[in-house]
Design a protein around this ligand. Structure first.
Ligand SMILES: Cc1ncc(COP(=O)(O)O)c(C=O)c1O
Length: 393
């Protein structure tokens, strides 16, 4: 077989992967409509239209948009009255925003380990981390794969805890037929540039609890009274409003959303069947209770033993050179980041999270928007690296 691309050989793939984000005349028209309306902020009716459409698509009674998925998490914790003296269970293997939100409202993140085969919060490890101060659990549906909501909701009920789903990656994912973000008390989404539904920046909250829905709507809009006069403010709040520009883009993006979700799932299935034939690369377990999985990230665990001892990062570089973009994800668990260290958090033993930082390989969602036969390029690149491993060692 030919020389590896990293050593000057010809790459398996030179064609570009599907770009992200995707847009056409619909986004352009939506933006022009906002421009010409003169109502550019969060009070344009297009914001409400997007909230209705997303809420309906996710079977939620209340959908409240926010400026981004970090502030939406903070809003969720604030309306649940979580703050100083409270503890919140979070995984240490997630984007920092999940745990920062806890600190930013004045509470303490308690880090509990993840499952080795899903990288989601390990529900069997939660109970031993509880204290009289524990108020809530934030499961993250990492990469779009739902956390075990049966186990987490049962624990929450037993111990009288709130559940805030961090569904930043999980647009369209479902658990026993129910869309993510609607199973816990509140679900929080990100609409940032890399996400499966995006306006460049943005966030939103779902809930099926009327009281929480009302509080959230008021909170993101300066605590305004929902029924009173303009300058009546019932609760403490802030301005977390999404702009009309973002909502116009999101409404157009939503039209493509279901086709894209289906395509990603079809390609992910194909990629999984390819990987079954390859020792040393194990995709994450796709729980059968999760009928839909957004695949915001396609993740697999790399075992050097399957690649003659080749280190993961060397493998990643070789695969990238062959034309398959991929990365190793987070370099360390969140409690090893200064703002979330032991001084500011409580840390349960997290060996799986430590291991995840060394073993995982990520491929981003836009690869899964390619034509299904193009998944073969990924297989060919992997096989080529394996067959020429001697060049790398
Ligand atoms: C799991 C998770 N939670 C929260 C966020 C924060 O979202 P945003 O970037 O919209 O503030 C992100 C963003 O990447 C995320 O990955």
């Amino acid at each position: 077989m030919s020389k590896l691309a990293i050593n000057g050989g010809i790459p398996v793939r030179t064609e570009a992967w599907p770009q992200w984000p995707q847009w056409d005349g619909r986004e352009r028209q939506g933006l022009m409509d906002v421009l010409e309306s003169g109502v550019w902020g969060g009070f344009n009716e297009v914001v409400g239209k997007f909230e209705q459409a997303f809420g309906k698509r996710h079977q939620a009674k209340h959908c409240v948009t926010a400026a981004n998925g970090s502030l939406s998490l903070e809003a969720a914790l604030r309306v649940l009255d979580i703050g100083y003296g409270d503890e919140v269970i979070v995984p240490p293997y997630t984007f920092i925003a999940t745990a920062n939100a806890v600190r930013l409202v004045g509470a303490t993140p308690v880090f509990v380990d993840i499952e080795a085969d899903t990288y989601n919060l390990d529900a069997t490890k939660i109970e031993e981390a509880l204290s009289p101060k524990t108020k809530a659990i934030i499961p993250v549906h990492f990469g779009g794969l739902p956390a075990d909501m049966d186990a987490i909701m049962a624990l929450a009920q037993k111990h009288n805890l709130f559940v805030v789903e961090d569904a930043a990656h999980a647009h369209g994912s479902t658990w026993r037929g129910q869309p993510m973000g609607t199973i816990g008390h509140i679900g929080s989404f990100s609409l940032q540039a890399s996400k499966n539904l995006t306006a460049g920046e943005g966030g939103l909250l779902l809930t099926n609890h009327d009281d929480l829905g009302r509080k959230l709507r008021s909170f993101v809009n300066q605590g305004r009274s929902l029924d009173g006069a303009w300058y009546e403010h019932d609760i403490l709040g802030s301005n977390m409003r999404l702009s009309a520009w973002q909502a116009a883009i999101l409404l157009a993006q939503l039209e493509r959303f279901d086709d894209q979700l289906a395509r990603r799932q079809q390609n992910a299935r194909q990629l999984r069947s390819i990987l079954e034939e390859i020792d040393g690369l194990q995709p994450m377990r796709w729980d059968e209770r999760a009928e839909n999985h957004s695949h915001h990230v396609f993740m697999m665990r790399y075992d050097p033993a399957g690649f003659n001892g080749l280190e993961r990062d060397q493998f990643i570089e070789a695969l990238k050179a062959e034309g398959v973009p991929c990365s190793g994800g987070y370099a360390r668990p969140l409690y090893k980041q200064p703002p979330l260290s032991a001084e500011y958090s409580r840390i349960m033993p997290c060996p799986v999270s430590e291991q995840a930082c060394h073993e995982v390989i990520y491929m981003s969602q836009n690869l899964l928007l390619a034509e299904p036969e193009q998944m073969d390029d990924i297989a060919q690149a992997i096989v080529k690296v394996r067959e020429n491993i001697g060049e790398l060692k």
